[in-house]
Write a protein that binds this ligand. Structure first.
Ligand code: AOF
Ligand code: ZN
Length: 339
């Protein structure tokens, strides 16, 4: 199952809104095939694993390790549970049930009815973590929310004049491009858009991931039309209090002041956006923190000092889960333990 999980992660950035899934086929104590879900709309992990086996007769009587319950529905591909039944596998080991209501429990049931032994909950925690976006989306009916900011060691995220350039080093900034490639959408607030004129695209990381959807939270439509965010090169949504409409890859959506943040998340849910990386600024990040609407925070801490400026957000219910060093910068990874 460790190997199946490792394979599943190769789909990161390319399979959403599908989950990442890995599959390993074992016969007489040896791996005879493996595969993963590589591309949204493409074959599922089980089918890729089956197709990788050179002598297909060997699949009969084999054990299959798959990180997610094999599906039971006809979607882009026929049901994986039927495939495993037809090939006569002996035992299927699964990490997690598929929370998608089209499948939930039905794949397991089908295989058990066909006398396949099925064990569920193998490396369950790693499996839940693998598909944290997919599981959060279905269970909380909102995208998985990742907060990201860079702060000085004296806890400022910008100078008094909002200049926030050069807190983290160029390698830390490249990591952010890798992260952009892993999420469905990137969000910024109006002030960050105004001060930084960001592009919010993936340009400093080699990959074939689709560009994320850009989300601008601009209640009073302050960001000028000639800014990069509105260049039409990526789907972009502007949540605001004033207007709704569509034009050249841009969507404006007017929402009420009351529950503005919650309504943004409901709309992203409707649009099947499973994750959002919130890149600032402090006002927007603090709004999400104050409503306890976040799942993960990734904080770059540089060893420079500003002495005064815009204070870095304070997290509540946060547990430090990992630390990483990029030259003199440190990245702290927190997860919300009360989300
Ligand atoms: C599996 N193995 O590798 C994956 C599964 O649109 P489709 O037809 O690709 O179906 C997508 C749904 O199938 C997805 O929401 C999830 O429930 C399941 N994904 N299932 O057996 C896989 N990726
Ligand atoms: Zn499937």
């Amino acid at each position: 199952m460790d190997r199946a999980l490792e394979l599943a992660y190769l789909g990161l950035g390319n399979v959403s809104p599908n989950p990442m899934v890995g599959c390993v086929i074992v016969k007489d104590g040896k791996i005879i095939g493996e595969g993963w879900h590589q591309q949204h709309g493409g074959p599922h992990a089980e089918a890729n694993a089956v197709n990788s086996v050179v002598d297909q007769d060997k699949i009969k009587g084999s054990e299959v390790y798959v990180t997610l319950e094999p599906c039971s529905h006809h979607g882009n591909t026929p049901p994986c549970s039927d495939l495993l039944i037809r090939l006569g596998v002996r035992h299927v080991y699964v990490s997690n049930l598929d929370i998608n209501p089209l499948v939930y429990g039905k794949g397991i049931q089908k295989m058990r009815s066909a006398s396949i032994q099925v064990s569920v909950g193998i490396n369950e925690e790693e499996g839940s973590n693998l598909n944290k976006r997919f599981f959060t989306y279905y269970s909380k009916k909102r995208p998985y929310i990742i907060l990201k900011w860079a702060q000085t060691i004296d806890r400022f995220i910008a100078r008094k004049n909002f200049d926030s350039k050069w807190i983290s080093n160029e390698f830390s900034r490249q990591v952010v491009h890798k992260w952009r490639a892993e999420e469905d959408s990137i969000m910024v607030g109006a002030n960050t858009a105004l001060y930084d004129n960001p592009k919010l695209n993936i340009r400093d990381w080699p990959c074939n991931a689709e560009q994320p959807v850009r989300i601008v939270v601009d209640p009073n439509l302050k960001v000028p039309a000639d800014f990069f965010l509105f260049d039409g090169t990526q789907p972009t949504i502007v949540y605001n209090y004033n207007k709704s409409g569509n034009e050249n890859n841009l969507t404006w959506l007017k929402l009420k002041r009351r529950n503005f943040i919650e309504d943004i998340l409901s709309d992203l849910y409707k649009k099947k956006i499973q994750s959002v990386l919130i890149e600032g600024g402090s006002h927007l990040i603090n709004s999400f923190i104050s409503k306890n609407l976040w799942d993960e925070a990734r904080v770059f801490v540089s060893n420079s000092t500003f002495g005064e400026g815009i204070k870095a957000p304070d997290l509540y219910h946060a547990s430090l889960i990992n630390k990483n060093k990029i030259f003199e910068d440190e990245i702290l990874f927190f997860k919300n333990v009360n989300g």
